[in-house]
Design a protein around this ligand. Structure first.
Ligand code: CA
Length: 364
């Protein structure tokens, strides 16, 4: 009798245990929320791509912090968005005679030692009355003291904080304009890969994605450069609109915009899936407006069917940057996470996104 009671108890116990386990797993998959990628750091609050903006972003606990990479004259990887120094530094004052004929000051024309002499500001647009803040409500122009930094300096900051604070925050570097670097006789992809390897980023066991707008260069990275270095990093194909001129090509002696349209047309994602793990589209590429309501088009679904993650850019809470279809930034985030069902998103406001997604998660 007692034995029977015990065995019934054991059966009941195992049923309860399996139910609890199933529930936990279920809760686990439900709580999966998009990766938060701090776009150029906490760039809504401090000048983009400065170490200060990265440290602040780190404290907001995103999943990844982004680095844009361009080369200096002496082949150092500099973390900055443009290939020009014009709109975030005082280069025009410090080196007034170093602009090219087109009026731009190119990072690639300066050594690291020279670049370190520049002051960095919140980004500005040169107007008739001097520099005007690109985002008037963000950090004021030219205040405090910020510098350009190298990729090594930033990796060491993030890896150092991973040790001292104990979180595991990843890096999300972008190789900027490889075509331009090739024209200048430099192989930025190879230099970036070697630097990543030196710091222990070789495959998907580390928290890293490598992104680029250049499909042909990503294929070269996947098929030639990484195998030669014994690496296999997850790659992200960024998708631009053709008329942005994100990549230029020479055809019969003339320079023209590379045509991005194939990427989202029939067969495009199949091609991308042969070399990349994710796509990074501009978020409007994932939506359509039906009546006056935004809804998902079929891009995310088609990408997921090909095992491609989708990490759109850029989610900004600045009121002037909120798409008109949404009443609030949170509503926009909700749409991205639960209607578009993106796997990650780039944001200038990592605190807002982490807070919203975490709160939403705990309410489920
Ligand atoms: Ca970028």
């Amino acid at each position: 009798m007692f034995k029977k009671f015990i065995s019934v108890l054991l059966v009941l116990f195992s049923i309860v245990a399996s139910l609890t386990c199933a529930e936990t797993e279920n809760a686990g998959s439900k709580s999966k929320y998009p990766l938060v990628i701090a776009h150029r750091g906490a760039s809504a609050y401090l000048p983009e791509h400065t170490l200060e903006a990265k440290a602040l972003a780190y404290g907001m606990r995103p999943d990844y912090i982004e680095q844009d990479l361009v080369l200096s004259k002496d082949n150092h990887l500099i973390v900055m968005h443009d290939i020009y120094l014009d709109s975030t530094t005082d280069v025009a004052e410090v080196f007034p005679n170093r602009a090219r004929e087109d009026g731009h000051y190119y990072t690639i024309d300066f050594t690291l030692e020279e670049l370190k002499r520049l002051k960095v500001s919140e980004s500005f647009i040169m107007g008739e009355n001097g520099p005007q803040a690109k985002y008037p409500h963000r950090f004021p122009l030219w205040k405090s003291s910020f510098k350009l930094s190298t990729f090594e300096e930033e990796i060491e900051l993030i890896q150092g904080l991973n040790q001292s604070l104990g979180y595991d925050i990843g890096i999300y570097p972008e190789i900027k304009k490889p075509y331009f670097h090739h024209w200048e006789g430099k192989d930025i992809a190879e230099i970036a890969l070697k630097k990543l390897k030196q710091y222990g980023y070789t495959d998907d066991r580390q928290k890293v994605f490598l992104q680029c707008f250049d499909a042909e260069e990503l294929q070269r990275i996947k098929l030639e450069l990484m195998p030669a270095l014994g690496m296999d990093l997850p790659l992200v194909q960024l998708i631009a609109a053709t008329d942005w001129g994100e990549k230029l090509i020479q055809v019969n002696g003339t320079i023209q915009n590379y045509d991005y349209d194939w990427m989202l047309e029939k067969g495009g994602l199949d091609k991308i899936a042969t070399y990349a793990d994710s796509i990074g589209p501009w978020y409007p590429m994932l939506m359509e407006i039906k009546g006056d309501r935004p809804r998902a088009n079929n891009v995310v679904r088609r990408a997921h069917r090909r095992q491609l993650q989708v990490h759109p850019y850029t989610f900004r809470a600045d009121p002037e940057k909120l798409p008109e279809e949404f009443d609030s930034f949170n509503q926009f985030l909700h749409f991205a996470a639960y209607q578009l069902r993106v796997d990650g998103l780039f944001t200038d406001h990592p605190d807002r996104v982490v807070s919203y997604l975490s709160r939403d998660r705990s309410n489920r």
